[in-house]
Design a protein around this ligand. Structure first.
Ligand code: NAD
Ligand code: UDP
Length: 309
Protein backbone atom coordinates (compact mmCIF):
# COMPACT_ATOMS: atom_id res chain seq x y z
CA UNK A 1 0.00 0.00 0.00
CA UNK A 2 0.98 3.65 -0.30
CA UNK A 3 0.68 5.18 3.15
CA UNK A 4 0.87 8.79 4.34
CA UNK A 5 2.34 9.41 7.80
CA UNK A 6 1.91 13.00 9.00
CA UNK A 7 4.44 13.78 11.74
CA UNK A 8 6.57 10.94 10.36
CA UNK A 9 9.80 12.73 11.31
CA UNK A 10 8.81 12.80 14.98
CA UNK A 11 9.45 10.25 17.70
CA UNK A 12 6.49 7.87 17.21
CA UNK A 13 6.10 8.70 13.50
CA UNK A 14 9.66 7.64 12.69
CA UNK A 15 9.17 4.25 14.39
CA UNK A 16 5.86 3.77 12.59
CA UNK A 17 7.45 4.70 9.24
CA UNK A 18 10.22 2.18 9.85
CA UNK A 19 7.68 -0.56 10.68
CA UNK A 20 5.53 0.19 7.60
CA UNK A 21 8.59 0.15 5.31
CA UNK A 22 9.68 -3.18 6.77
CA UNK A 23 6.23 -4.59 5.93
CA UNK A 24 6.91 -3.64 2.29
CA UNK A 25 4.69 -0.56 2.04
CA UNK A 26 5.53 2.75 0.36
CA UNK A 27 5.50 5.62 2.85
CA UNK A 28 5.00 9.34 2.23
CA UNK A 29 6.06 11.31 5.31
CA UNK A 30 4.55 14.79 5.57
CA UNK A 31 6.23 16.92 8.22
CA UNK A 32 7.27 20.54 8.78
CA UNK A 33 9.95 19.52 11.34
CA UNK A 34 8.57 21.90 13.96
CA UNK A 35 9.28 19.36 16.72
CA UNK A 36 10.64 16.49 14.60
CA UNK A 37 13.76 16.10 12.50
CA UNK A 38 14.98 14.53 9.26
CA UNK A 39 17.65 12.90 11.41
CA UNK A 40 14.98 10.56 12.83
CA UNK A 41 14.59 9.01 9.36
CA UNK A 42 18.25 9.10 8.28
CA UNK A 43 18.96 5.51 9.34
CA UNK A 44 16.36 4.34 6.78
CA UNK A 45 18.75 5.47 4.04
CA UNK A 46 17.54 6.50 0.62
CA UNK A 47 14.87 3.81 0.23
CA UNK A 48 12.86 4.37 -2.92
CA UNK A 49 9.80 3.40 -0.86
CA UNK A 50 10.23 6.46 1.40
CA UNK A 51 9.27 9.90 0.21
CA UNK A 52 9.62 12.88 2.55
CA UNK A 53 7.51 15.98 1.89
CA UNK A 54 8.30 19.11 3.90
CA UNK A 55 4.92 20.75 4.46
CA UNK A 56 2.87 22.39 7.19
CA UNK A 57 -0.37 20.41 7.15
CA UNK A 58 -2.39 23.35 8.43
CA UNK A 59 -2.13 24.38 4.75
CA UNK A 60 -3.93 22.22 2.16
CA UNK A 61 -1.92 19.56 0.37
CA UNK A 62 -2.82 17.51 -2.69
CA UNK A 63 -0.84 14.40 -3.60
CA UNK A 64 -0.88 13.22 -7.20
CA UNK A 65 -0.37 9.55 -6.36
CA UNK A 66 -3.07 7.25 -4.97
CA UNK A 67 -3.05 6.87 -1.19
CA UNK A 68 -4.49 3.84 0.64
CA UNK A 69 -3.93 4.74 4.30
CA UNK A 70 -3.23 7.91 6.30
CA UNK A 71 -1.73 7.84 9.78
CA UNK A 72 -2.26 11.35 11.12
CA UNK A 73 0.26 12.00 13.91
CA UNK A 74 1.38 15.57 13.26
CA UNK A 75 1.15 17.70 16.41
CA UNK A 76 3.49 19.06 19.04
CA UNK A 77 3.15 16.52 21.86
CA UNK A 78 5.29 17.36 24.88
CA UNK A 79 3.91 19.87 27.42
CA UNK A 80 6.95 22.13 26.86
CA UNK A 81 6.45 22.05 23.08
CA UNK A 82 2.73 22.68 23.01
CA UNK A 83 2.89 25.41 25.65
CA UNK A 84 5.55 27.15 23.52
CA UNK A 85 3.46 26.57 20.38
CA UNK A 86 -0.18 26.89 21.54
CA UNK A 87 -1.57 28.37 18.31
CA UNK A 88 0.29 25.93 16.04
CA UNK A 89 -0.99 23.11 18.29
CA UNK A 90 -4.61 24.21 18.01
CA UNK A 91 -4.24 24.79 14.27
CA UNK A 92 -2.73 21.39 13.55
CA UNK A 93 -5.53 19.62 15.45
CA UNK A 94 -8.22 21.67 13.73
CA UNK A 95 -7.01 22.82 10.28
CA UNK A 96 -4.44 20.04 9.89
CA UNK A 97 -6.96 17.32 10.72
CA UNK A 98 -9.48 18.98 8.39
CA UNK A 99 -6.97 18.94 5.51
CA UNK A 100 -6.09 15.29 6.10
CA UNK A 101 -9.75 14.27 6.32
CA UNK A 102 -10.24 16.08 3.01
CA UNK A 103 -7.37 14.05 1.56
CA UNK A 104 -8.90 10.82 2.92
CA UNK A 105 -12.27 11.70 1.37
CA UNK A 106 -10.88 12.54 -2.08
CA UNK A 107 -8.52 9.57 -2.07
CA UNK A 108 -11.06 7.16 -0.52
CA UNK A 109 -8.25 6.32 1.88
CA UNK A 110 -8.63 5.03 5.44
CA UNK A 111 -7.40 7.52 8.04
CA UNK A 112 -6.23 6.92 11.61
CA UNK A 113 -5.99 9.93 13.90
CA UNK A 114 -3.54 9.87 16.82
CA UNK A 115 -5.45 11.22 19.80
CA UNK A 116 -4.27 11.11 23.38
CA UNK A 117 -5.06 10.17 26.97
CA UNK A 118 -5.07 13.95 27.53
CA UNK A 119 -8.67 13.98 26.24
CA UNK A 120 -9.48 12.56 29.71
CA UNK A 121 -7.74 15.56 31.36
CA UNK A 122 -7.12 15.16 35.10
CA UNK A 123 -9.40 12.12 35.30
CA UNK A 124 -12.02 11.49 37.96
CA UNK A 125 -12.25 7.80 37.15
CA UNK A 126 -9.49 5.24 37.23
CA UNK A 127 -8.34 3.49 35.11
CA UNK A 128 -9.58 5.46 32.11
CA UNK A 129 -11.85 3.63 29.64
CA UNK A 130 -12.98 4.95 26.27
CA UNK A 131 -16.52 5.72 27.50
CA UNK A 132 -15.24 8.39 29.92
CA UNK A 133 -15.75 11.96 28.64
CA UNK A 134 -12.93 13.52 30.58
CA UNK A 135 -12.20 16.37 32.97
CA UNK A 136 -10.39 19.04 30.97
CA UNK A 137 -9.70 22.69 31.73
CA UNK A 138 -10.09 24.43 28.34
CA UNK A 139 -8.36 27.62 29.50
CA UNK A 140 -5.51 26.05 31.49
CA UNK A 141 -1.93 25.52 30.23
CA UNK A 142 -2.84 22.13 28.72
CA UNK A 143 -6.04 23.41 27.07
CA UNK A 144 -4.39 24.13 23.69
CA UNK A 145 -3.36 20.48 23.33
CA UNK A 146 -6.30 18.75 25.01
CA UNK A 147 -8.94 20.75 23.16
CA UNK A 148 -7.08 20.48 19.87
CA UNK A 149 -7.24 16.69 20.16
CA UNK A 150 -10.86 16.70 21.38
CA UNK A 151 -11.86 18.89 18.43
CA UNK A 152 -9.91 16.62 16.07
CA UNK A 153 -11.78 13.56 17.39
CA UNK A 154 -15.12 15.35 16.84
CA UNK A 155 -14.08 16.31 13.29
CA UNK A 156 -13.04 12.73 12.51
CA UNK A 157 -16.43 11.46 13.71
CA UNK A 158 -18.25 14.13 11.66
CA UNK A 159 -16.39 13.08 8.48
CA UNK A 160 -17.07 9.44 9.32
CA UNK A 161 -20.81 9.98 9.78
CA UNK A 162 -21.47 12.76 7.24
CA UNK A 163 -19.03 11.88 4.43
CA UNK A 164 -18.63 8.14 5.10
CA UNK A 165 -14.88 8.48 5.41
CA UNK A 166 -13.29 5.30 6.75
CA UNK A 167 -11.79 6.49 10.07
CA UNK A 168 -9.97 5.18 13.14
CA UNK A 169 -9.15 6.96 16.42
CA UNK A 170 -6.52 5.86 18.89
CA UNK A 171 -5.93 7.43 22.30
CA UNK A 172 -2.24 7.06 23.03
CA UNK A 173 -1.04 6.95 26.65
CA UNK A 174 2.52 7.97 27.65
CA UNK A 175 4.88 6.31 25.19
CA UNK A 176 8.68 6.33 25.30
CA UNK A 177 11.72 4.97 23.50
CA UNK A 178 14.73 5.93 21.40
CA UNK A 179 14.51 9.14 19.36
CA UNK A 180 12.52 11.15 21.93
CA UNK A 181 14.19 14.56 22.00
CA UNK A 182 16.26 14.49 25.18
CA UNK A 183 15.33 18.10 25.93
CA UNK A 184 11.61 17.89 25.11
CA UNK A 185 10.77 18.13 28.82
CA UNK A 186 8.82 14.88 29.04
CA UNK A 187 9.64 12.87 32.11
CA UNK A 188 11.35 9.89 30.43
CA UNK A 189 13.99 11.82 28.45
CA UNK A 190 14.32 14.41 31.25
CA UNK A 191 15.14 11.86 33.97
CA UNK A 192 17.38 9.74 31.73
CA UNK A 193 19.46 12.68 30.52
CA UNK A 194 19.72 14.14 34.04
CA UNK A 195 20.83 10.75 35.44
CA UNK A 196 23.42 10.26 32.67
CA UNK A 197 24.82 13.75 33.27
CA UNK A 198 24.97 13.17 37.06
CA UNK A 199 22.39 15.89 37.70
CA UNK A 200 19.60 15.65 40.28
CA UNK A 201 16.31 14.31 38.93
CA UNK A 202 13.65 17.05 38.75
CA UNK A 203 10.53 15.51 40.33
CA UNK A 204 7.52 17.83 40.05
CA UNK A 205 5.28 17.92 43.12
CA UNK A 206 5.82 15.18 45.70
CA UNK A 207 6.10 12.53 42.97
CA UNK A 208 2.93 10.67 44.02
CA UNK A 209 1.24 11.38 40.67
CA UNK A 210 1.20 8.30 38.44
CA UNK A 211 1.74 7.48 34.78
CA UNK A 212 1.79 4.19 32.83
CA UNK A 213 4.57 3.98 30.25
CA UNK A 214 4.35 2.07 26.96
CA UNK A 215 7.41 1.14 24.90
CA UNK A 216 7.21 2.50 21.36
CA UNK A 217 7.41 -0.86 19.53
CA UNK A 218 4.32 -2.07 21.42
CA UNK A 219 2.46 1.10 20.50
CA UNK A 220 3.38 0.88 16.80
CA UNK A 221 2.21 -2.75 16.66
CA UNK A 222 -1.10 -1.63 18.19
CA UNK A 223 -1.48 1.29 15.77
CA UNK A 224 -1.15 -0.97 12.74
CA UNK A 225 -3.64 -3.45 14.26
CA UNK A 226 -6.19 -0.68 14.82
CA UNK A 227 -5.74 0.63 11.28
CA UNK A 228 -6.36 -2.82 9.78
CA UNK A 229 -9.25 -3.76 12.10
CA UNK A 230 -12.87 -2.96 11.39
CA UNK A 231 -13.63 -0.72 14.37
CA UNK A 232 -14.34 3.00 14.24
CA UNK A 233 -14.80 4.16 17.83
CA UNK A 234 -11.79 5.35 19.88
CA UNK A 235 -9.38 2.73 21.20
CA UNK A 236 -6.94 3.28 24.10
CA UNK A 237 -3.38 2.15 23.41
CA UNK A 238 -0.95 2.12 26.31
CA UNK A 239 0.67 -0.04 28.93
CA UNK A 240 -1.46 -0.50 32.07
CA UNK A 241 1.61 -0.92 34.36
CA UNK A 242 1.12 2.15 36.58
CA UNK A 243 3.96 3.73 38.56
CA UNK A 244 4.39 6.88 40.66
CA UNK A 245 6.78 9.48 39.27
CA UNK A 246 8.91 9.12 42.40
CA UNK A 247 9.24 5.35 41.92
CA UNK A 248 9.96 6.00 38.27
CA UNK A 249 12.82 8.36 39.18
CA UNK A 250 14.26 5.73 41.53
CA UNK A 251 14.06 3.12 38.76
CA UNK A 252 15.97 5.39 36.35
CA UNK A 253 18.65 5.97 39.01
CA UNK A 254 19.00 2.22 39.58
CA UNK A 255 19.18 1.41 35.84
CA UNK A 256 21.73 4.13 35.09
CA UNK A 257 23.75 3.57 38.27
CA UNK A 258 23.36 7.28 38.99
CA UNK A 259 24.41 8.60 42.41
CA UNK A 260 22.28 11.72 41.88
CA UNK A 261 19.43 12.69 44.18
CA UNK A 262 15.84 13.71 43.66
CA UNK A 263 15.03 17.42 43.63
CA UNK A 264 11.41 18.41 44.25
CA UNK A 265 9.82 21.38 42.44
CA UNK A 266 6.26 22.66 42.09
CA UNK A 267 3.66 20.49 40.38
CA UNK A 268 2.58 22.19 37.11
CA UNK A 269 -1.02 23.45 36.98
CA UNK A 270 -3.58 20.82 35.88
CA UNK A 271 -0.98 18.03 35.92
CA UNK A 272 -3.10 14.81 35.90
CA UNK A 273 -2.77 13.04 39.28
CA UNK A 274 -3.34 9.51 38.06
CA UNK A 275 -3.24 7.97 34.62
CA UNK A 276 -3.65 4.36 33.61
CA UNK A 277 -5.24 3.01 30.43
CA UNK A 278 -8.06 0.51 30.54
CA UNK A 279 -7.08 -1.54 27.48
CA UNK A 280 -9.88 -4.12 27.61
CA UNK A 281 -11.21 -2.86 24.28
CA UNK A 282 -7.85 -3.32 22.51
CA UNK A 283 -7.37 -6.69 24.21
CA UNK A 284 -10.73 -8.09 23.15
CA UNK A 285 -11.03 -6.53 19.68
CA UNK A 286 -7.43 -6.75 18.53
CA UNK A 287 -5.86 -9.34 20.84
CA UNK A 288 -3.30 -6.61 21.50
CA UNK A 289 -1.43 -5.91 24.69
CA UNK A 290 2.05 -4.59 25.43
CA UNK A 291 4.86 -7.15 25.51
CA UNK A 292 7.86 -5.03 26.57
CA UNK A 293 8.34 -4.51 30.34
CA UNK A 294 9.25 -1.08 31.70
CA UNK A 295 12.70 -2.32 32.69
CA UNK A 296 13.42 -3.80 29.25
CA UNK A 297 12.18 -0.71 27.40
CA UNK A 298 14.08 1.66 29.67
CA UNK A 299 17.32 -0.30 29.19
CA UNK A 300 17.00 0.13 25.40
CA UNK A 301 16.14 3.81 25.76
CA UNK A 302 19.05 4.44 28.13
CA UNK A 303 21.48 2.71 25.72
CA UNK A 304 20.27 4.96 22.94
CA UNK A 305 20.44 8.06 25.14
CA UNK A 306 24.06 7.30 26.15
CA UNK A 307 25.05 7.85 22.53
CA UNK A 308 22.91 10.97 22.17
CA UNK A 309 23.24 12.98 25.41
P1 NAD B 1 6.86 14.51 18.15
O1 NAD B 1 6.85 15.96 18.51
O2 NAD B 1 8.14 13.78 18.23
O3 NAD B 1 6.27 14.31 16.69
C1 NAD B 1 5.29 15.15 16.12
C2 NAD B 1 5.67 15.40 14.67
O4 NAD B 1 4.64 16.21 14.05
C3 NAD B 1 6.98 16.18 14.51
O5 NAD B 1 7.81 15.54 13.57
C4 NAD B 1 6.53 17.55 14.04
O6 NAD B 1 7.51 18.22 13.28
C5 NAD B 1 5.27 17.22 13.25
N1 NAD B 1 4.34 18.35 13.10
C6 NAD B 1 3.82 19.13 14.08
N2 NAD B 1 3.02 20.08 13.54
C7 NAD B 1 3.04 19.88 12.18
C8 NAD B 1 2.40 20.54 11.08
N3 NAD B 1 1.62 21.60 11.26
N4 NAD B 1 2.63 20.06 9.84
C9 NAD B 1 3.44 18.98 9.64
N5 NAD B 1 4.06 18.32 10.64
C10 NAD B 1 3.87 18.78 11.90
O7 NAD B 1 5.75 13.82 19.08
P2 NAD B 1 5.39 12.27 19.29
O8 NAD B 1 5.59 11.96 20.71
O9 NAD B 1 6.02 11.45 18.24
O10 NAD B 1 3.81 12.32 19.04
C11 NAD B 1 3.22 11.93 17.81
C12 NAD B 1 1.71 11.96 17.93
O11 NAD B 1 1.28 11.05 18.95
C13 NAD B 1 1.16 13.33 18.30
O12 NAD B 1 -0.04 13.56 17.58
C14 NAD B 1 0.86 13.22 19.77
O13 NAD B 1 -0.18 14.08 20.16
C15 NAD B 1 0.46 11.75 19.89
N6 NAD B 1 0.68 11.25 21.25
C16 NAD B 1 1.95 10.97 21.70
C17 NAD B 1 2.14 10.51 23.00
C18 NAD B 1 3.49 10.17 23.55
O14 NAD B 1 3.58 9.74 24.71
N7 NAD B 1 4.57 10.26 22.81
C19 NAD B 1 1.02 10.36 23.84
C20 NAD B 1 -0.23 10.68 23.36
C21 NAD B 1 -0.40 11.11 22.05
N1 UDP C 1 7.54 15.33 35.46
C1 UDP C 1 8.50 15.44 36.47
N2 UDP C 1 9.73 15.94 36.14
C2 UDP C 1 10.07 16.31 34.87
C3 UDP C 1 9.10 16.17 33.85
C4 UDP C 1 7.84 15.69 34.19
O1 UDP C 1 8.24 15.10 37.62
O2 UDP C 1 11.22 16.75 34.65
C5 UDP C 1 6.22 14.78 35.80
C6 UDP C 1 5.05 15.63 35.31
O3 UDP C 1 4.71 16.60 36.27
C7 UDP C 1 3.97 14.57 35.14
C8 UDP C 1 4.74 13.32 34.73
O4 UDP C 1 6.10 13.55 35.12
O5 UDP C 1 3.32 14.33 36.37
C9 UDP C 1 4.70 13.03 33.22
O6 UDP C 1 5.05 14.22 32.56
P1 UDP C 1 5.26 14.29 30.97
O7 UDP C 1 5.58 15.71 30.65
O8 UDP C 1 6.22 13.24 30.55
O9 UDP C 1 3.87 13.87 30.34
P2 UDP C 1 2.33 14.12 30.69
O10 UDP C 1 1.83 12.77 30.97
O11 UDP C 1 2.21 15.02 31.90
O12 UDP C 1 1.79 14.74 29.47
Amino acid sequence: MRIVVTGGAGFIGSHLTEALLSLGHKVVVIDNFITGSRKNLEHLGSSENLHIVEHDITKPIFLAETIDRIYHLASPASPIDYQKLPIQTLKVGALGTHNLLGMAKVQKARILMASTSEVYGDPEIHPQHEGYWGHVNPVGPRGCYDESKRFAEALVVAYRDYHNVDTRIIRIFNTYGPRMRLNDGRVVPAFISQALKGEDLSVYGDGTQTRSFCYVSDLVRGMIKVMEADYKDPINLGNPAEITIREFAEKIMALTGSQARLSFGPLPQDDPKRRQPDISRARSLLQWEPAVSLEEGLKKTIEWAKNNV
